[in-house]
Design a protein around this ligand. Structure first.
Ligand SMILES: Cc1cc2nc3c(=O)[nH]c(=O)nc-3n(C[C@H](O)[C@H](O)[C@H](O)COP(=O)(O)OP(=O)(O)OC[C@H]3O[C@@H](n4cnc5c(N)ncnc54)[C@H](O)[C@@H]3O)c2cc1C
Length: 464
């Protein structure tokens, strides 16, 4: 390992409770194995932190040896920013402790927790934090960038529900951010990404959910797309907050409720989740059945934790993946035309275009209380994501994403986008993603990370 002596590494080892791994040592390969198989970088040192003090020790080591720092939460960032080439990776995977205070409706979890782990603990009390759609994703990156999922209409984004955090800053200080301490830091952590320090613990507000919720899932053939989206834009406007919906362009899954001849064929989907009782959910589905003729339909009660895991197998670790997204304020005829035209051009059955439906609590949240850059008037987030099992076909699928995205951009709300759905941060995309909040984020960055130590992210350089 160039430039770092074995003695220095031994000193770091002695100063940490967690494991320090160099390439070819036990634990290294597991730590550098991230979700996106298309990204491979080799950190010189991996610090698998088990405590906040470990994180401070690892940062001190990086400072002393001039090493680039990357931070790994759940390892799902599409750009693979959990990995540094030749630097030091702070791996929070071992920090997974979850504490639930059901009475206070608060949950705390370690910086390396996944949504599956947090959901499992909170659902023991029929409570939940709004998370993402796939439960092996990390709580950290998803929350720090925003956090869209089944509960967005019920309770807002993950970051809207972040009420406190323990943070190790670039200079090794351990700070608490809350509504009464370091309030600027809390604001920045609510959507401003991993720019401000290493979050060793998150604290969230909990909401009553489940444990059983209701799912209705409908599939449509590609030529039914226009009718589906035109119906959906008025139907979705009338949805009550105790429900959530999801549109998608996908390949029909090889699931028991899908006839075998449809498996892996291109389709559009509409899913509607009800957080109330079965009768209320049936009433929600009735207009869909009256207006449309799906090729597959399924309605069932489902544990909330199973709903959160429903797409897990469709996005396994190691896929070659690439994505871009746009915000839409409305499903205009022109936007529908683009979706219906470009969707069937994908070649990989694993490529998937989830369209997150907002409104409800998302729309009512106080926009000024978070750094999240998307306007609260956005109704849809169209996430165009390519995935192939390996390198074969990946380039073609990536071009499909780029062409689809470029065609949708003229219909988008603003030129920014959601930082958690960016595989690349082209010129000004991060600035545009934060719009008028960008300068305040730069000021806060200058206060907590003036040297831009944490730059492997949707980077916000410090104000000079
Ligand atoms: C299969 C899949 C499904 C997804 N589904 C959704 C979804 O439904 N909704 C949604 O909103 N997003 C979704 N995403 C996007 C997701 O929000 C981002 O990929 C996010 O970065 C993942 O966080 P992570 O902790 O797993 O990733 P990591 O790669 O570990 O971290 C991403 C970045 O966050 C920062 N970071 C991580 N941990 C910490 C920490 N503890 N302290 C400080 N900074 C940290 C670092 O900058 C790091 O580079 C999905 C992604 C994938 C791959």
């Amino acid at each position: 390992m160039a430039g770092i002596s074995g003695d220095a590494v031994e000193t770091l080892r002695a100063g940490m409770t967690g494991v320090v791994a160099l390439a070819s040592e036990t634990n290294y390969d597991e730590a550098v194995n991230i979700w996106n198989g298309a990204v491979s970088r080799r950190p010189a040192v991996v610090a698998r932190c088990t405590t906040t003090a470990d994180v401070a020790a690892a940062l001190a080591f990086a400072r002393e040896h001039g090493l680039e720092v990357s931070v790994r939460g759940g390892g799902h960032n599409y750009a693979g920013h959990a990995l540094t080439e030749g630097g030091l990776m702070i791996d929070l995977t071992p920090m997974k402790a979850v504490h639930v205070d059901a009475e206070a409706r608060r949950a705390r979890c370690g910086g390396g927790s996944t949504w599956g782990e947090l959901d499992a603990a909170t659902q023991g009390y029929a409570l939940a934090v709004p998370g993402g759609f796939i439960s092996h994703t990390g709580v950290a990156g998803l929350t720090l960038g925003g956090g869209l999922g089944w509960m967005s209409r019920l309770a807002g984004l993950s970051c809207d529900n972040l009420v406190g955090a323990e943070v190790v800053t670039a200079d090794g200080q351990v700070l608490r951010a809350s509504e009464s301490e370091n309030t600027d830091l809390l604001w920045a952590l609510r959507g401003g990404g991993g720019n401000f320090g290493v979050v060793t613990e998150f604290e969230f507000t909990l909401h009553p959910v489940g444990p059983i919720v209701h799912l209705g899932l409908f599939l449509f053939s590609p030529d039914q797309g226009t009718d589906l989206f035109r119906f959906a834009r008025s139907y979705l406007n009338d949805l009550p907050d105790e429900s959530c919906a999801f549109l998608a362009g996908l390949s029909a899954p090889p699931a028991p409720f899908v006839p075998p001849e449809l498996h892996f064929t291109p389709a559009f989907a509409l899913a509607v989740v009800g957080f109330g009782d079965a009768a209320a959910h049936a009433a929600l589905l009735a207009p869909i059945k009256a207006a449309l003729t799906p090729i597959v339909e399924m309605a069932t009660p489902i544990p909330y934790v199973a709903l959160q895991q429903m797409f897990n197998e469709s996005a396994p670790w190691g896929l070659y993946a690439y994505e871009k997204a746009v915000y839409l304020e409305e499903l205009t005829d022109a936007a529908i035309e683009v979706i219906v035209e470009h969707q069937p051009r994908k070649l990989s059955p694993l490529s998937f275009v989830p369209i997150f439906v907002l409104g409800g609590a998302y729309a009512r949240a106080d926009d000024g209380s978070t750094a999240f850059g998307g306007s609260r008037d956005i109704r849809y987030v169209v996430n165009i994501s390519a995935a192939t099992p390996g390198p074969e076909g990946y380039e073609a699928e990536r071009e499909w994403v780029r062409a689809y995205w470029a065609a949708l951009v003229p219909h988008a709300a603003g030129v920014g986008g959601y930082v958690n759905f960016m595989s690349e941060y082209e010129a000004d995309r991060v600035r545009n993603a934060y719009g008028s909040k960008y300068e305040r984020l730069q000021q806060i960055k200058a206060r907590y990370d003036p040297g831009n130590i944490f730059h492997l992210n949707a980077n916000i350089p410090p104000a000079s």
